[in-house]
Design a protein around this ligand. Structure first.
Ligand SMILES: Cc1cc2nc3c(=O)[nH]c(=O)nc-3n(C[C@H](O)[C@H](O)[C@H](O)COP(=O)(O)OP(=O)(O)OC[C@H]3O[C@@H](n4cnc5c(N)ncnc54)[C@H](O)[C@@H]3O)c2cc1C
Ligand code: SF4
Length: 525
């Protein structure tokens, strides 16, 4: 082990939490607004940075109603209940922990003033603002505050992620050498989009951190079984040992392992898929981060320190920092910026229902290797990484014209890291192009060639990514032409679509391809 590694070990064990960063005054982060009264922490506000002082009185409410209304993934329900109960146990007498059907019922039992950091959904935000005893403070758990984003957005023509990200790098002095980006480049995407290594079924990377369940998990499982038996709740997906962190200590352990062992490999294969390696070198930290257990800014600074101490190469560190203070924050701000109507956008007039085999995560009904495996991972883990979400699940849905609001609802319920703020822009904007291009300059639609290049699925599949008609026609390749044909007029003004549309016009067998796709419709491929 070299000296730099020892330096990192010291750093990993030290408490370099976000408040220290704030106090340094050099990060561009706005000081948090504090409020007096008991701090109500929602189930996605469980980290120490949602409190003003370590001994502030806390209110935690476990509400069953949300799980009764919709069919969530069983593992998601487990994760959220386990997280809030662990936090209650950790805080002991400091927290008033109420288990009730609704928030309304719980609040009736609380005396005195309450403060809450802005909740992450529009529904919860409206609810807390209607309560006379509750003071709402600015949101926490994101790097850029809303005022700064709106100020930035005012000067922009279109909200390009890349411009927002560069602005954030400057403001937080992250990976900067004076006014220049470290390494003289803002963007290492070209190094970070490699296909999976040839002849390998898995990456040579240490496995991610996984938790060991305890008696709180046991009680959560028993409660969920009971509620399922008595018919008050019903779930999708398969139960199994918990795979994601639910406490600050667990999240820190998962993060430390990621920094030490996995971050160095994060960049190059960020977009690649291997059937036998669902985790690749991803962090698996979206669930604890969205529970509020990790602050994205502290994680970004830690990644920078890993680079500066020689533990991880710049392309991997830049790729990770881009996800945290770029993409994650950008998505959060898009959710608020475009207003409540944004979730109802349907620019491509997609109106088909999500079919039951997809809704029920029935992977066994599917023969297409990439889709079968991705759906099975969702069923078994409630998680797949970014590219299967975007280029397999969402691509398939968009090609077949499934209603974007129904697709959003499906993702929200089936993913352990899914919340309203993060699903609406990721699905409506990024993945279904239902906002008509406010977020992404062109639809993320692609045929089987992309999946073939970026994965090892096609070699094991009964379909052929090069074939668009007949028994071996790849559903993604044929579906791509069907999607373009249906949306030809709607996309005609988009100069980034002119080449694909020109390709469409050259297809001699287009009518047959479309007729076959119409016949197959949304059947499991
Ligand atoms: C259709 C679709 C739905 C998605 N739904 C969610 C969701 O419900 N919750 C969620 O956190 N992410 C969502 N994402 C973004 C991304 O796929 C996940 O954050 C990521 O796969 C989580 O795994 P990880 O923690 O290993 O991520 P890594 O690959 O290790 O990335 C690092 C971190 O960057 C953040 N991040 C990166 N991209 C995004 C993004 N587009 N939006 C928000 N955060 C991002 C996450 O916090 C993540 O932990 C979605 C993407 C798509 C295309
Ligand atoms: S051939 Fe088509 S359906 Fe089969 S794995 Fe490749 S992209 Fe997926």
């Amino acid at each position: 082990m070299g000296a730099t590694r020892i330096a990192f070990a010291d750093f990993a064990q030290s408490d370099f939490g976000w408040l220290k960063r704030l106090d340094s005054g050099s990060t561009g982060k706005v000081m948090s607004v504090r409020g007096s009264g008991r701090r109500w922490c929602f189930a996605d506000q469980l980290g120490p940075h949602f409190l003003d002082d370590a001994d502030q009185p806390v209110l935690l409410i476990e509400s069953r109603a949300a799980f009764e209304r919709r069919r969530f993934h069983r593992r998601k329900a487990h994760l959220v209940l386990s997280a809030i109960r662990h936090r209650a146990a950790e805080l002991g007498d400091q927290a008033l922990f109420i288990q009730a059907r609704t928030y309304r019922e719980a609040l009736d039992a609380v005396k005195g003033p309450i403060t809450v950091c802005q909740p992450t959904s529009r529904t919860a935000d409206r609810f807390v603002r209607r309560q006379p005893s509750v003071e709402v403070l600015p949101a926490r758990g994101f790097a850029t505050d809303r005022g700064t984003f709106e100020q930035w957005a005012e000067g922009q023509h279109g909200l390009l992620l890349e411009n927002f990200y560069r602005d954030a790098r400057r403001r937080f002095e992250l990976l900067m050498d004076g006014a220049d980006p470290t390494g003289s480049r803002w963007n290492f995407d070209a190094d970070n989009r490699q296909p999976p290594p040839k002849q390998k079924t898995r990456l040579d990377v240490t496995a991610p951190w996984f938790p060991v369940e305890d008696e709180i998990d046991e009680r959560v499982r028993a409660d969920l079984n009971r509620w399922e038996r008595d018919g008050s709740m019903s779930f999708v997906g398969r139960d199994g040992p918990r795979e994601f962190a639910v406490t600050r200590d667990e999240a820190q352990a998962a993060f430390d392992l990621f920094m030490r062992e996995r971050l160095p490999h994060f960049g190059p294969y960020e977009d690649a898929m291997l059937k036998a390696d669902p985790w690749m070198s991803h962090s698996l930290l979206s669930a604890p981060m969205n529970l509020g257990l990790l602050d994205p800014l502290e994680c970004a600074y830690a990644a920078q320190d890993a680079y500066r101490s020689g533990l991880a190469p710049l392309n991997s560190v830049e790729g990770y920092v881009r996800q945290l203070i770029g993409w994650r924050d950008y998505i959060w701000h898009v959710y608020w910026h475009f207003g409540d109507e944004y979730r109802r956008r349907n620019a491509l007039a997609a109106r088909k229902k999500v079919p039951s085999w997809f809704a029920e995560l029935d992977a066994d009904a599917v023969e297409a290797a990439c889709l079968r495996d991705t759906l099975a991972q969702v069923r078994d883990h409630g998680w797949v990484h970014h590219i299967p979400r975007l280029m397999v699940l969402s691509n398939f849905a968009m090609q077949r014209g499934w209603h974007p609001a129904a697709v959003t609802d499906w993702f929200h319920r089936c993913f352990v890291d899914g919340y309203d703020w993060v699903m609406v822009p990721n699905v409506i904007g990024m993945s279904q192009h239902a906002d008509g291009g406010l977020m992404a300059t062109k639809p993320y639609a692609s045929g089987g060639a992309y999946i073939d290049r970026m994965s090892d699925y096609c070699g094991q599949c009964r379909y052929d990514p090069k074939v668009r008609r007949g028994d071996c026609a790849c559903p993604f390749t044929a579906g791509y032409w069907w999607f373009l044909q249906r949306n030809r007029e709607r996309l005609a003004h988009n100069h980034r679509m002119s080449r694909p549309l020109a390709g469409l016009n050259r297809l001699a067998d287009l009518d047959e391809v479309i007729a076959q796709q119409r016949r197959l419709g949304s059947q499991p491929p």
